[in-house]
Design a protein around this ligand. Structure first.
Ligand code: URA
Ligand code: SF4
Length: 200
């Protein structure tokens, strides 16, 4: 069992906040353990709660479409959420729930050590860019330490609102170049993980 699988098993037993009561399945996250690119959304919705997988409803189809637009698939990246259980009626997660769940995402990031983190929506953005409106900073990458962060609109908001939709589509197209910047040159040569992952 990998560290990520061990953590997923721990999350499956978690009762640290009230969202444990209403969930069908926990949604720890999905993707390649050696992914260089991590997407962080908000919380599981109806379909995610049933399947135990992130972004499998309409928002997820849109995310797959966006990944395809840059020649990528979800097998090459890791996708998760700030909160691992579905809030009732898809309400926003409460501060107490975000706090209770916080260490799981911290540990996932520690194990994954992604080069680049794309935040989807306000809640994951707020971990790295507190107190800034998303409309001011979406699509602008920022390096903090060794990691490059790119805040984007949430696919659910973008799906039905043309203004946000074209913003997320345009912002997504920046990812391949940013990813090249984020992965140091010495790692970017044939025969290593980058090739197996087909990222470039
Ligand atoms: N929206 C999210 O933020 N996460 C999911 O997993 C699905 C929809
Ligand atoms: Fe535990 Fe997070 Fe689920 Fe709350 S949302 S029960 S903290 S896994």
């Amino acid at each position: 069992m990998t560290e990520l699988e061990r953590l997923a098993a721990e999350i499956a037993q978690c009762q640290k906040c009230q969202l444990a009561r209403g969930r069908i399945k926990t949604v720890p996250g999905y993707g390649a353990a050696d992914a260089r690119l991590l997407f962080i959304g908000e919380a599981p919705g109806f379909h995610e709660d049933r399947q135990g997988l992130p972004f499998v409803g309409p928002d997820g189809q849109f995310l797959d479409e966006l990944l395809r637009s840059i020649g990528m698939s979800r097998e090459q990246v890791f996708i998760c959420n700030v909160v691992k259980c579905r809030p009732p009626n898809n309400r926003d997660p409460l501060p107490s729930e975000l706090e209770a769940c916080r260490s799981y995402l911290d540990r996932q990031i520690e194990f994954l050590r992604p080069r680049m983190i794309v935040t989807l929506g306000r809640y994951s953005m707020a971990r790295y860019f507190p107190n800034v409106p998303i409309s001011h900073i979406h699509g602008r990458a920022k390096k903090i330490g060794e990691t490059l962060y790119l805040p984007l609109f949430h696919p659910a908001a973008a799906l039905h609102q043309p203004r946000y939709r074209s913003a997320i589509e345009q912002d997504f197209l920046k990812i391949p170049d940013l990813l090249k910047q984020a992965v140091p040159a010495e790692e970017d040569h044939p025969g290593e993980q980058a090739e197996q992952l087909n990222l470039f």
